[in-house]
Design a protein around this ligand. Structure first.
Ligand SMILES: C[S@@+](CC[C@H](N)C(=O)[O-])C[C@H]1O[C@@H](n2cnc3c(N)ncnc32)[C@H](O)[C@@H]1O
Length: 250
């Protein structure tokens, strides 16, 4: 399943009030939003029609979060759905995740793109291939290790895979506090050694199975309190992916 079809389905099923996208490019993924949408990219050039309630900011994500309060663009609301698809280097994606999570609510969903490279060349920090994931795939292990409270679900999507993250905690400082230690271990020079389970997607749930599993409905369920909601999400993740995908604190 193509990644934009998954994003389209998430928009339809989660019905976010506020959507944030880091890395807009030609606007393909941004054009799927049907709500207040904010796009951040230093050099976007839209060719897809984006209309509605959209704010586009022409700067890098680091610059934006350093100098602005996203709350002014979200009108004080949390980001319900975010798509992180900016610069594909692990340190940039880690900072993007940290900054995005600060603006999420406990029921928000963050989708990380390009998390399943198909070859070591595609995962190189120094780009030399047409399709490029860089080394952002390392973030999956980082999140699982440092944030076992999160649901971290790799999705087998075309072309280069995604990871769905739920159970967010905007007050968590674990990743920011561990930033230097994480990069000392996970930022490695080329050539990148990509684990076989990443290359072969052994660890990833087919996107169609995830969409048919009841997980989107569990994520979108507004009838339950926070505790019951979390249990419903974890049950749905276990049903579609098995226990290996659920953080150890669950
Ligand atoms: C893969 S493209 C995004 C594609 C788009 N999300 C889609 O699926 O239609 C990556 C984009 O990230 C942008 N980018 C590069 N560095 C960035 C940064 N530091 N902050 C935000 N965006 C960045 C690039 O300009 C490029 O347009």
């Amino acid at each position: 399943m193509w990644y934009t079809e998954v994003l389209r389905a998430l928009h339809e099923r989660l019905q976010p009030t506020t959507y944030l996208e880091i890395g807009v490019s030609d606007g393909h993924s941004l054009s799927l939003a049907r709500c207040r949408a904010i796009g951040i990219d230093p050099s976007f050039s839209l060719t897809y029609p984006v209309d509605g309630d959209i704010a586009l900011v022409r700067t890098s994500s680091d610059d934006y979060f350093a100098r602005h309060d996203l709350g002014t663009l979200t009108r004080g609301l949390p980001v319900d759905l975010a798509f992180v698809d900016g610069l594909h280097l692990v340190e940039f994606a880690l900072r993007d995740f940290i900054n995005v999570e600060r603006h999420c609510g406990p029921r928000s969903v963050v989708v990380l793109d390009d998390m399943l490279p198909r070859a070591a060349d595609e995962a190189a920090r120094h780009r030399h291939s047409r399709d490029w994931t860089g080394d952002v795939f390392r973030l999956t292990e980082v999140l699982r290790r440092y944030r076992p409270d999160l649901v971290v679900l790799p999705l087998d999507t075309e072309p280069t895979g995604m990871v769905l993250v739920a159970g967010l905690d905007p007050r968590s400082t674990v990743l920011a506090d561990s930033y230097d230690a994480i990069l000392a271990e996970y930022r490695r020079p080329d050539p990148q050694l990509v684990p076989a389970e990443v290359l072969e997607r052994l660890d990833a749930v087919p996107a169609a199975r995830m969409l048919a599993s009841g997980l989107p409905e569990a994520l979108a369920d507004r009838t339950r309190d926070d505790v019951a909601w979390r249990e419903g999400v974890l049950d749905a993740v276990r049903a579609c992916a098995g226990t290996a995908f659920v953080g150890s604190e669950s």
